[in-house]
Design a protein around this ligand. Structure first.
Ligand code: GDP
Length: 231
């Protein structure tokens, strides 16, 4: 992080009309999220295909999104440490599914997609791997599909939403880099995205707004994930 200076603080960028429709988590939920994410985050293993998946057990949440969407920054902000950077910088790891255990919750990092120059073979591999991963993961509570708030849904994101719908994987949109969004563009973009989401059977209607740079929305996302871990 650090190469893009934030333009403004996110609470200034957000107007009251932009608050997510669901009630904000209460103090107990925020505390449950803080406690869960304060625990050691242990790298459990990496899988290049379905044969390498660790045994099912803990409740699981998976993070996915286009390359550069801010996935590592978000997971690092959630866990308060450079969880992903350390592991995923290892050569070859960017194409694997990475598993991290937070005692009560498994965090799953799915490889970034949408490289402009991705070969067809790579896209085909992805389209095979995600349903294979999702199928039969009894613990998979939710996939978090990260979207850069400045860009909204891109064709590769839409392909994945369709894939997740078809695989019946419940998923939720997490908007990243809120600090970089132009305030006047936010409301119409969020409204258009919400309308589009309503047409996707497996999508959660509420989107999470986050900025890993400012920590905006991080405590709330921790609370939501803790609720999934303990439900
Ligand atoms: P990944 O490829 O999805 O893991 O994305 P990274 O976390 O490596 O982030 C990609 C780029 O976006 C990097 O230059 C980050 O510094 C930048 N970035 C990530 N999160 C934020 C954020 O919340 N705000 C801003 N302004 N930049 C961010």
């Amino acid at each position: 992080m650090g190469d893009h200076a934030p333009r403004r603080r996110p609470e200034i960028a957000l107007g009251p009309a932009l608050h997510p429709p669901e009630p904000a988590p209460d103090a107990d939920a925020i505390e449950a999220g803080r406690v869960l994410f304060a625990q050691e985050c242990r790298f459990v293993g990496a899988a290049a295909d379905e044969t390498g998946l660790p045994p099912d057990g803990l409740p699981e949440v998976a993070f996915l999104g286009r390359s550069n969407v801010g996935k590592s920054s978000l997971v690092n902000a959630l866990t308060g440490r450079k969880t992903l950077a350390r592991v995923s910088d290892t050569p070859g790891r960017t194409r694997e599914i990475l598993f991290f255990e937070l005692k009560r919750l498994m965090l799953v990092d799915l490889p970034g997609y949408g490289f402009a120059a991705a070969p067809k073979r790579e896209i085909a591999r992805w389209n095979r791997l995600v349903p294979l991963y999702a199928k039969g993961r009894a613990g998979l509570k939710r996939a978090l599909l990260l979207i850069d708030v400045r860009h909204g849904f891109k064709p590769a994101d839409r392909d994945f939403m369709t894939l997740l719908d078809a695989s019946a994987v419940p998923y939720q949109i997490v908007l990243t880099k809120l600090d970089k969004a132009a305030p006047e563009e936010l409301a119409p973009r969020l409204a258009a995205m919400a309308a589009e989401l309503a047409r996707h059977g497996a999508a959660h209607p509420q989107m999470h707004l986050t900025s890993a740079y400012h920590g905006f929305g991080i405590a709330e996302l921790r609370a939501a994930l803790a609720a999934l871990a303990y439900e």
